[in-house]
Design a protein around this ligand. Structure first.
Ligand SMILES: Cc1cc2nc3c(=O)[nH]c(=O)nc-3n(C[C@H](O)[C@H](O)[C@H](O)COP(=O)(O)OP(=O)(O)OC[C@H]3O[C@@H](n4cnc5c(N)ncnc54)[C@H](O)[C@@H]3O)c2cc1C
Length: 516
């Protein structure tokens, strides 16, 4: 029922039921929906999306030069070839690809935009998730909608959408120029002829700097400590050659397999031989910069390769901008902002018209949805993951989180397919729900993300943990996950329930109250 509401009012509407409710219409939500269409065609589903567009990350980030930092043959879906020329693609082309995939698989009509899921309560009584989404349209019309579903798929990405991470910036109020976070790039910001300082050394800074340097007077990358950088061609010549000779699908599959193997081998090599990898990376950097450049200060990190993500510099754009003098790197710490720029601990001053805080994201598990199981709140920090896609003790819920050492979509496609396997298995056995068991007492638990990056360290206490062995252990290893999720056992460490269980006396009601 569509209720008519006046601006500023809140309304309650009838509960809508679907078999599967997907939260999020980014890469992983689109993958989940396409897999359901193909592998569980009789299941009804809807996608609840907080924003008014699909694409998630690729619609949100609008800063100059926005692009992928892994290749599109693995960031693309397993089921739909990436047919553009570039292997490292600009954001708008990725968004077009996601839009086209949604249209081709006829899922656009199933997306409910402007639906932010705030709460989900599982009730064993009726074996359903009772989900509450809030709306807040631009016209001020607010509302809450209720849904029920048999299965809840969290495809919410991994960071807060409303706010990026900005560290304390001493004296920033004094600064006379503009301060911008890449997550909220103003469409009308003109950097032509301006002096820009980009604070940060991660993928965003490395992407932004060459793009800004094309029109800015000068761009300075201000970093506290260096990051590993590798310059690689933005186009994959083997992919182009295969495409010329083979049907699109076959060429895509072969390029994808090649890139998965290369990613894995290079990751394994660098973890096994960190000193040699460090030397090779350092040589790659110095070969791309003018003779005498201080590589050790600016591009030789103290940690081992892949303790933090390696940054890609497609076609050596950043190195070219530095070599040409359009961009520079300063490795120092901020003492304080001044009216005209930034004073550094070394005593140097950087004058700036615009300061970009490429200082990162704020991690958020499951889009901040409050979870409840039979009236008991679920604290994500106290939860243990199962196959890195479900939570122990939480029935009929999956979540999609990609790899940190390979393209995100590889894992999302596997999770989406596994959920379909599980749903079909439950249908065949007449099961209403399944609940992963905890790993048992005495099993050592560890953080689910093993990167030493700042954004992980800041959030590690709020994220679920993993067990020390399968199926509770997350391995950043695609072939291992293929074996486990595509062909491995489906009932290891899981309890299947045939019929809804009556609620214990005094259990909280499954449907939480609507917000005022
Ligand atoms: C700038 C940038 C570049 C990146 N480049 C790469 C790359 O090259 N390769 C790579 O592998 N990874 C990359 N990543 C990681 C990237 O986030 C993933 O590749 C991928 O786009 C994530 O897709 P997703 O659908 O899982 O999440 P998202 O893209 O984050 O989409 C999640 C969606 O869920 C919605 N949502 C969240 N919470 C709720 C809620 N409570 N209710 C309703 N809707 C909700 C959001 O609005 C959003 O639309 C990059 C990330 C960033 C920030």
């Amino acid at each position: 029922m569509e209720a008519t509401v006046a601006a500023g009012e809140t309304t309650e509407e009838l509960v809508e039921h679907v078999d599967v409710l997907i939260v999020g219409a980014g890469i992983s939500g689109i993958s989940a929906a396409c897999h359901l269409r193909e592998l569980c065609p009789s299941k009804s589903f809807a996608i609840l999306e907080a924003r008014d567009a699909i694409g998630g990350t690729w619609d949100l980030f609008r800063y100059p030069g926005i692009r992928s930092d892994s290749d599109m043959f693995t960031l693309g879906f397993s089921f739909r070839p990436w047919e553009e020329q570039e292997a490292i693609a600009p954001g708008p082309k990725i968004l077009d690809y996601l839009e086209a995939t949604a249209a081709e698989h006829d899922i656009r009509d199933e997306i409910r935009f402007d639906h932010r899921v705030v709460r989900a309560a599982w009730a064993s009584e009726d074996a359903l998730w009772h989900v509450e989404a809030v709306r807040g349209g631009p016209d001020g019309v607010a509302g809450a909608r209720r849904f029920t579903c048999r299965w809840l798929s969290g495809c919410t990405g991994y960071f807060r959408y409303d706010e990026g991470y900005t560290p304390e910036l001493p004296g920033v109020d004094r600064f006379g120029g503009e301060v911008v976070h890449p997550q909220h790039w103003p469409g009308d910001l003109d950097h032509e002829g301006k002096r820009v300082v980009v604070i940060g050394s991660g993928a965003t800074a490395v992407t932004l700097i060459p793009a800004l340097s094309e029109r800015a007077a000068k761009v300075t990358m201000l970093q506290r400590s260096p990051t590993y950088l590798i310059a690689l061609p933005g186009e994959d010549r083997i992919a182009v050659a295969l495409r010329r000779r083979l049907p699109a699908r076959l060429a895509y599959a072969l390029t994808r397999a090649k890139n998965i193997a290369l990613q894995m081998l290079s990751y394994r090599f660098s973890r096994r031989f960190p000193k040699l990898t460090r030397r090779l990376l350092r040589r790659g950097v110095s070969d791309n910069l003018p003779p005498g450049y201080d590589v050790d200060t600016h591009f030789n990190p103290s940690y081992d390769p892949w303790d933090q993500r390696l940054c890609l510099d497609p076609d050596g754009d950043l190195f070219r901008a530095i070599s040409s003098g359009r961009a520079e790197v300063v490795t120092d710490r901020i003492e304080s902002f001044t009216e005209a720029g930034i004073r550094l601990e070394s005593g140097a001053e950087l004058e700036a018209d615009i300061v970009v805080t490429a200082t990162g994201l704020q991690l958020l598990f499951l889009g901040g949805i409050e979870l409840e199981v039979d009236g008991r709140p679920i604290d994500p920090a106290a939860a243990v993951t199962y196959k890195a896609m479900m939570l122990c003790g939480v029935p009929n819920l999956s979540f999609s989180v990609g790899y940190t050492n390979a393209s995100w979509t590889l894992k999302c496609d596997l999770v989406a397919r596994y959920v379909c396997r599980l749903l079909n298995h439950m249908d065949a056995g007449g099961y209403a729900y399944c609940t992963p068991r905890p790993p048992g007492p005495g099993v050592e638990l560890s953080p689910v993300i093993d990167l030493d990056a700042g954004y992980v360290r800041r959030a590690v206490d709020r994220l679920p943990r993993q067990g020390a062995r399968a199926p509770w252990r997350l391995r950043q290893n695609y072939p291992y996950d293929v074996a486990m999720l595509r062909w491995g056992s489906i009932d290891d460490g899981v309890d299947f329930a045939v019929a809804p269980r009556p609620a214990p006396p005094g259990a909280a009601r499954p449907t939480p109250p609507l917000p005022a």
